[in-house]
Design a protein around this ligand. Structure first.
Ligand code: 5AD
Ligand code: SF4
Length: 427
């Protein structure tokens, strides 16, 4: 989401006559896009701003964008006086206007209002990848997960019209993009604000029909809004990738209630059952938080049991990180850091062994990959499967670049995080 915000900001700047340089040292204007989802990401921002400070005397203008900008607001001007612009993502619709103010010499420009009912719907996006592209369908979040800063930094939910999403998908396909990822904090709660009134399942089905597109993915989902018609839509069209990322956060219904996730372990497993019972086979991945306030050894064990039960293909796991403004901050029984680290290690070791087993089962099979790049050192091409695995493969030398092509690859080896193979035939 952040990477795509940067693509939109860069596109808007280019459209206004700016040009992009490779190194901050060559720039007249340095915009730093930031994340505050967990403490570590936020710390990086201030360290980086310190480094920028040395450059400040050289007539450069600095801006801080994104969630840390929204969260810290004008305090950033105090902490880093060489910064001239502080703007959160909900204000990017005013980016042009803010740039005019900077050009006019204003050194305290802010965009911090969350009172917008618009998404940042810009026709100008400078995409980093010529084959895979992101499309934002919904911004902000109306949930109130007790640990999460996003509703405070990205504001309330705003869905784009289906017409505008479809036009962007067609435009990308016309330019040769074949792989699209629909983005939002909670794509499942997408609701077309135009009279057509499409829900997420309908939008998925329609985007997938765009001539020229071969793969459509989406991220991220909330189990509460992940309804059966989404699985049905995926089953109808193989262009909708064989991967469901469904963040569970915890395997304990007690912790889920404390997190205000508004589903139980059983509700969650029901959704997993829909996916498992579907016609096609889907990779399942999730997000886990360990050490949420009040998480007992028993609760933690329930998370481990859930991993055994679902046997995810991959997961992202995090130590609970206290965030400003959130409900969890005031909860009792915060878990000591060492204990969070211990639990995180256990989750990651368990998941590693599950992935070793699951990936090994794929040896001998043929999977279609989209080629994403080349690993020169290994003499292999880097491919991605519909189920979102990395499948590195060898291919007879001498041809032109395979990047962006779709190939069938036979899996010959596997590891915990990726597969290795060789081309079977060009699709
Ligand atoms: N602490 C730890 N992990 C968090 N996440 C979000 N907020 C926090 C937090 N305060 C994780 C969740 C979410 C993912 C994007 O980041 O697992 O799904
Ligand atoms: Fe954060 Fe919950 Fe919204 Fe996801 S659904 S962005 S975890 S508040």
């Amino acid at each position: 989401m952040n990477a795509h915000d940067s693509e939109k900001v860069v596109g808007t700047l280019l459209a206004q006559g700016y040009s992009q340089v490779q190194e901050p040292a060559d720039a007249g204007l340095v915009l730093y896009n930031t994340c505050s989802i967990r403490d570590k990401a936020e710390q990086k921002v201030f360290n980086r701003l310190q480094n920028f400070k040395r450059e400040a005397g050289k007539g450069k203008i600095f801006g801080v964008l994104g969630c840390v900008a929204q969260q810290e607001g004008e305090k950033i001007f105090e902490r880093a006086p060489h910064v001239s612009l502080v703007a959160g993502s909900a204000s990017y619709t005013r980016l042009g206007e803010m740039l005019v103010q900077l050009e006019a010499g204003n050194r305290r420009v802010t965009g911090l209002s969350l009172n917008t009912d618009e998404a940042f719907d810009t026709p100008f996006t400078r995409r980093d990848n010529p084959h895979r592209a992101y499309i934002t369908i919904i911004e902000g979040c109306d949930k109130s997960c007790a640990y999460c800063v996003v509703p405070f930094t990205r504001g309330p939910e705003r869905s784009r019209t289906s017409e505008s999403v479809m036009a962007e998908a067609r435009g990308l396909a016309d330019k040769g993009y074949t792989d699209i990822q629909l983005l939002g904090q909670n794509v499942n709660s997408y609701r077309d604000p135009s009279p057509a009134g499409w829900d997420f399942a309908r939008l998925l089905a329609e985007v997938a029909k765009t001539p020229g597109l071969r793969r459509v993915r989406y991220t991220t989902s909330h189990p509460r809004d992940f309804v059966k018609p989404i699985v049905d839509a995926m089953d109808e069209d193989e262009r909708l990738c064989a991967h469901v990322h469904l963040p569970v956060q915890s395997g304990s219904s007690k912790v889920l209630a404390a997190m205000d996730r508004r589903y139980t372990r059983e509700d969650y497993l029901q959704r997993i059952e829909w996916v498992r019972a579907a016609k096609r086979e889907y990779a399942l991945t999730t997000d886990i938080i360990v050490g949420f306030p009040g998480e007992t050894e028993k609760d933690f064990q329930e998370t481990l049991d859930l991993l055994d039960e679902v046997r995810y293909d991959s997961l992202f796991s995090f130590k609970y990180s206290p965030r400003p403004n959130t409900a969890a901050l005031k909860m009792e029984d915060h878990i000591p850091e060492e204990e969070k680290t211990r639990r995180l290690t256990i989750v990651q070791e368990k998941q590693r062994s599950i992935q070793i087993q699951r990936n090994a089962q794929l040896i001998g099979g043929v999977m279609e990959v989209m080629v994403e790049g080349r690993n020169q050192a290994l003499g292999q091409w880097i491919g991605r499967t519909s189920c979102n695995r990395t499948l590195n493969f060898s291919h007879p030398e001498g041809g032109e670049s395979l990047v962006g092509k779709y190939l069938n690859v036979r899996v010959t080896r596997s590891g915990p995080n990726s597969l290795v193979g060789e081309t079977a035939a060009v699709v």
